[in-house]
Ligand binder design. Structure first.
Ligand code: ZN
Length: 322
């Protein structure tokens, strides 16, 4: 069958070793991953620290960043100097550092023109009684500085229960930490700027503690923010679709496919992750039927037409807002 420029784009994931990572990306998802503790699968990314190569089709062998630069028509002619989104799976066997991310303005000024990092988490699986840290209790910079100085982590950090199916938006300026025993699908701005507040006094691969970034953290924390009490999804499901988050950077939906399901093309491009089940998908303008299953990620480009899904599966999709 002739390859169509309108067909779906399947990026090859990039894996990152992390001291807190595990082996679920191989054991649960069947990805071919390097040895050792692997914490992150960058599934759809054009970030320089993990720029996915297209696996098949007319764009095979090209990096996502190259497609963004040379074939902007695939992305509806959107403006911007970089592909804006990053979709990853996080396998936290151990706790991630307590951290916070800057917004676009702070990152542009202090991080060499980087984007800020707004992110959100869809919990794929969590061990019983797992919690997650979202938010902190200091009212101002001085109070937070003394809590950090004195190591008063229990006073400082807001913990929330974490169960499969929960969803957590993480605004820039939110202190947060994914705890061990958690498997998460993260949708975020295409940024890799993290300020570590506390790392449990762990040592990295080189026998040294990983660097902390206390001053930057104190700068960017949003002291007025209200921490959530739960990640339970309360938005209504309409025709199989639940809007999880809509913000200036992205719109994230959960889509249930039970039998046949059409997702209409009303985006410049769509990132799709299959998080449960299996089936097929066909882009109307291309015609090729693709087998997909839990752990498959793809990009639906502009002009691909409606997406025809068949099977029994759950998807998480993301797009830039209209
Ligand atoms: Zn983070």
């Amino acid at each position: 069958m002739a390859e169509s420029a309108h067909d779906l784009i399947f990026p090859t994931p990039v894996f990152h070793g992390k001291i807190w990572g595990g082996r679920k990306l191989a054991d649960d998802f069947g990805y071919q991953i390097p040895d050792g503790p692997i914490g992150e699968c960058w599934a759809i990314s054009a970030h320089p620290n993990g720029d996915c190569v297209v696996a098949e089709g007319p764009w095979a062998g090209q990096r996502l960043s190259e497609l963004w630069d040379a074939h902007r028509e695939l992305f509806g002619g959107l403006e911007g100097d970089r592909f804006p989104l990053l979709v990853k799976i996080i396998d936290a066997k151990d706790n991630l550092s307590v951290q916070v991310h800057p917004d676009d303005a702070y990152a542009a000024e202090h991080e060499d023109g980087s984007l800020g990092k707004r992110e959100c988490w869809y919990v794929l699986a969590a061990d019983p009684d797992t919690k997650i840290v979202i938010g902190q209790r200091a009212h101002d910079r001085a109070e937070l500085a003394s809590m950090i100085e004195e190591g008063r982590w229990d006073d400082m950090l807001n913990e929330v229960p974490c169960r499969a199916g929960d969803f957590f938006p993480i605004e820039p300026g939110t202190v947060h930490a994914i705890q061990g025993g958690t498997l998460i699908l993260e949708t975020q701005q295409s940024s890799d700027v993290t300020y570590r507040v506390y790392d449990y006094d762990r040592l990295g691969d080189d026998g040294q503690p990983r660097p902390l970034h206390i001053e930057q953290s104190l700068d960017v924390v949003d002291y007025a923010q209200q921490a959530p009490a739960s990640g339970e999804v309360t938005a209504p499901e309409v025709d199989g679709v639940t809007e999880l988050m809509a913000c200036p950077n992205f719109v994230v939906d959960r889509v249930r496919v039970a039998g046949e399901k059409t997702v209409g093309e009303d985006w410049p491009f769509l990132c799709v992750s299959v998080i449960e089940g299996s089936g097929t998908v066909r882009a109307e303008a291309a015609g090729t039927e693709h087998q997909v299953a839990r752990g498959t990620h793809f990009l639906a480009p502009s002009g691909c037409g409606d997406l025809r899904f068949s099977g029994d599966m759950t998807l998480v999709t993301s797009r830039v807002p209209a």
